[in-house]
Design a protein around this ligand. Structure first.
Ligand code: AMP
Length: 268
């Protein structure tokens, strides 16, 4: 497994390879959810590249950026064991050079509402970094997690315009046995918090069957210490490993001061 710290070294290496490149962009602090994306990329490509870059532009709160977990050594061990060919670990200046003239793409309609409302500027930051990474890595297929459902929709929308030949794959959400969606932020929860957070998936699952019970689900979450930002149904159009999905229940909220998101995607 080769490590690349600069765009120039990466570009020289990339241009010398022939075959398909699967690409998994991450912010590190890797868990099994990330590794599912890597495994899918490994299955479908000649080579697999993973980037680890905590993108400052997509954090709308400095405290959240500073508290973001960093576990680079264990990340590299996991990636090596997963058969990754190349890891791109840029410092901020490699992605956003000073006096940069690069015109990054902007998010479209999919960025309106939900995260777009509660995290102003977040999707602009996401599209900024994903655009630069696509430009640099030049993947054949890029892999994103359904866990960040709206992100999948935002990336799908901007990439269809700017990278029409790039294929995007959405990988199902990996959960703990309790149902809690795996997230790098979960390590900041207490043991009790981790248990309580399992209520989120239970609420989503319940609403799928009983869609009028949003208020009682909000209350149930609150009893477990979870303050809901949004909990609502949504129409989507997303191709997944399980086929084309058209409905979702989406959640965002806070537990122990940590922002958690989750969703349940289905076909009606
Ligand atoms: P992050 O490091 O949080 O930016 O995530 C990198 C990629 O992993 C994104 O495409 C996420 O949607 C995906 N991901 C994060 N958590 C999970 C999970 N529990 N299951 C599947 N994919 C995930």
């Amino acid at each position: 497994m080769k490590l690349f710290y600069t765009r120039d070294k990466w570009a020289a290496f990339r241009s010398d390879t022939s075959g398909s490149w699967g690409f998994v962009p991450t912010m590190g602090a890797l868990h099994q959810g990330h590794l599912d994306l890597v495994a899918q990329a490994r299955l479908e490509n000649t080579f697999v590249a993973v980037s680890i870059f905590v993108n400052p532009k997509q954090f709308n709160q400095t405290a959240d950026l500073l508290a973001y977990p960093k576990t680079i050594e264990s990340d590299l061990i996991l990636l090596q064991a997963s058969g990754v060919d190349a890891v791109f670990l840029p410092v901020t200046g490699e992605i956003y050079p000073e006096n940069d003239t690069y015109e990054a793409a902007s998010p479209g309609q999919a960025a309106l509402g939900l995260e777009g409302v509660y995290r102003p500027g977040h999707f602009q930051g996401v599209v900024n970094v994903v655009d630069r990474l696509f430009e640099l890595i030049k993947p054949s297929i890029a892999y994103f997690g359904q866990k960040d459902l709206q992100q999948c929709l935002v990336v799908q929308e901007f990439a269809a315009l700017k990278y029409p030949s790039l294929k995007l794959v959405t990988v199902s959400t990996r959960r703990e046995a309790s149902g809690l969606a795996m997230s790098s932020r979960n390590v900041r929860l207490s043991d009790k918090g981790r248990e309580d957070a399992a209520e989120i998936f239970k609420a989503l699952d319940h609403l799928r069957e009983f869609p009028t019970e949003t208020e009682s689900m909000r209350l149930r979450l609150l009893e477990s210490g979870i303050e809901t930002e949004y909990l609502e149904p949504m129409e989507v159009r997303l191709n997944t490993q399980k086929g084309l999905m058209n409905r979702a229940w989406v959640f965002a909220g806070y537990l122990e001061g940590i922002r958690l998101i989750d969703n349940l995607l289905f076909k009606e």
